[in-house]
Design a protein around this ligand. Structure first.
Ligand code: GDP
Ligand code: ADP
Length: 205
């Protein structure tokens, strides 16, 4: 019998849309059983962050060694720092039958789509461009010049929406969380129905 495999769930979307915020809210739900894939990054640790919990913090040299050794499912350079998904954890956890959740930017998600076309790709969108701009400003980490740059990058990123299986509007964090949970549940049902149908047709269990 074929081994049961978990679902690879990829949450992505433009910079500042609220990916990190929504992901944290998903994982604070008591009934959520997804395994979170902790990314590696070369960006400096922020106050309050913990190595091995928020990220695996690496030097640029260490990160480049991970790239050379093919230890990453995907990686990208974002605002001057590397970010990537360690492949071992993802493969091992999916093989155990658990769902794995990635929260990554759009370039990385594109790479994952090529390697894992059977993954579940969810794109988070803002209620409007004005709201996206105000969220980027609210974060307060960028200068005016950088904010304009971020916004124009975000507009390009929004065009990638068509590559995803589902689009979720992040109007209220709680709404986005409930929609994501409902999508995953529905996807599990759909996949097991399809699988059972073919097993019946082929006479295999
Ligand atoms: N491609 C890719 N992007 C990642 C990964 N981990 C985090 N990101 C994205 O990197 C961006 C920057 O993250 P971070 O430095 O934590 O800052 P934030 O902008 O405050 O969320 C966010 O868009 C994350 O979704 C990863 O493993 N791969
Ligand atoms: N639904 C929402 N309504 C209002 N503000 C939000 C919402 N989701 C996220 N934010 C705020 O928008 C800013 C960007 O969110 P963040 O999670 O850092 O985005 P991303 O990870 O996509 O770059 C943060 O200040 C966050 O508190």
């Amino acid at each position: 019998m074929e081994e049961e495999k978990g679902l690879l769930i990829v949450l992505s979307g433009p910079s500042g849309v609220g990916k990190g915020t929504v992901r944290k809210a998903v994982f604070s739900e008591p009934d959520v059983q997804f395994a979170y894939s902790i990314s590696a990054t070369s960006r400096p640790m922020r106050p309050g962050e913990v190595d091995g919990v928020d990220y695996f913090f690496k030097t640029r040299e260490q990160f480049e060694r991970m790239i050379e050794r093919d230890e990453l499912l995907e990686y990208t350079e974002y605002v001057g720092n590397y970010y990537g998904t360690p492949v071992d954890y993802v493969q091992k956890t999916l093989a155990e039958g658990k769902d794995v959740f990635l929260e990554i930017e759009v370039e990385g998600a594109k790479q994952v789509r090529k390697k894992f076309p059977e993954g579940l790709f969810i794109f988070l969108i803002p209620p409007s461009l004005q709201e996206l701009e105000s969220r980027i400003k609210l974060r307060g980490t960028e200068s005016i010049h950088l904010i304009e740059n971020r916004l124009s990058v975000a507009k390009d990123e929004l065009k990638m929406m068509g590559l995803y299986d589902y689009v979720v509007e992040n109007d209220q964090v709680e709404n986005a969380v409930q929609k994501i949970k409902a999508i995953v549940t529905a996807e599990h049902c759909r996949r097991s129905r399809v699988e059972n149908r073919f097993k019946k047709i082929l006479g295999v269990e």
